[in-house]
Design a protein around this ligand. Structure first.
Ligand SMILES: Nc1ncnc2c1ncn2[C@@H]1O[C@H](COP(=O)(O)OP(=O)(O)OP(=O)(O)O)[C@@H](O)[C@H]1O
Ligand SMILES: [Mg+2]
Length: 260
């Protein structure tokens, strides 16, 4: 089944029902490490539900999720695993604000993320001690995410743009093979948005991490994506390059025709 050597994430018939509502309708997709992939779709299309199933936060009604664990070449089935298990294998979901300790410095937040990567979840004393390797690893992540200047500031004192970068840094701190970004430019002004787009491109180029994002800003989507997956009413209605997707009649209908 692992015919696609570039695949880092694959879903097969992934489905989630809430009562009679089919929020995600038998979605089968492949995300490759050679591409930045975006998932788009109108409000309520099922993007967040899809993410929650990938990350193990929501059980699928049917179907499966496979990811490429960090350091491995093939895919492993993670369907039904706990979020921390999936995270440890190599999938990180950014923008879960509850992962950020507002009262701690940026550096300490990333050190904690790295501890959790090593499975030393309860060993938070390591944060308070001089663990050279831990600190060095965390500083590398800050360098990659352009956060070195604010390393010693408490997260509570950062600008909105920097907080979003911390959330990406926390995800990267676990050395993931795949990072899921949920609307990385939401609430940002034009300057912050442009910087965030540059950062994601940069990280895609300079790390072994593959990025999958959801985004409402079509300018961002078309500018950053190598591949776009389009959900509508829970179903994958089309996928392809930005040009292919924008030429698709169903995409135009979903965006321009419906009540959204
Ligand atoms: N916990 C839940 N219980 C019941 N229905 C839900 C639940 N979560 C989501 N839904 C429904 O599932 C559908 C898909 O929602 P979802 O949040 O995944 O869409 P989305 O594409 O992320 O939307 P948005 O662009 O607004 O973030 C919607 O109709 C929503 O109301
Ligand atoms: Mg959503």
């Amino acid at each position: 089944m692992n015919a696609d050597a570039d695949a880092v994430l694959e879903t097969d018939g992934l489905r989630r029902e809430f009562g009679k509502l089919v929020a995600v309708d038998d979605v089968s997709v492949t995300v490759r490490d050679t591409e930045i992939t975006s998932i788009i779709g109108p409000n309520g299309a099922g993007k967040t539900t899809f993410y929650s199933m990938l990350a193990g936060q929501l059980d699928p009604s049917a179907g499966s999720v496979r990811i490429r664990p960090r350091g491995e070449s093939g895919l492993s089935d993670v369907t039904g695993m706990e979020p921390y298990e999936i995270n440890r294998l190599g999938l990180a979901r950014a923008f879960q604000i509850n992962n950020v300790f507002e009262g701690l410095t940026v550096l300490d937040n990333v050190r904690i993320a790295r501890i959790s990567r090593e499975g030393r979840i309860t060993d938070l004393t390591a944060v308070a001690t001089e663990d050279e390797e831990l600190t060095e690893g965390a500083r590398e992540v800050l360098e990659l995410t352009n956060l070195t200047e604010v390393a010693d500031q408490e997260v509570a004192n950062l600008s909105h743009g920097d907080v979003r970068k911390v959330e990406i840094a926390l995800a990267l701190g676990t050395d993931p093979s795949v990072v899921l970004l949920d609307e990385p430019t939401a609430g940002m002004n034009a300057t912050e948005t442009a910087k965030m787009v540059d950062l994601i491109r940069d990280l895609d180029e300079h790390t072994d991490t593959t990025f999958l994002l959801t985004e409402h800003d079509m300018e961002v989507v078309l500018g950053i994506s190598d591949r776009i997956l389009v959900l509508d009413n829970g179903a994958l209605i089309t996928e392809g390059t930005p040009d292919e997707v924008m030429a698709d009649e169903r995409v135009r209908e979903a965006y321009l025709g419906g009540e959204n």
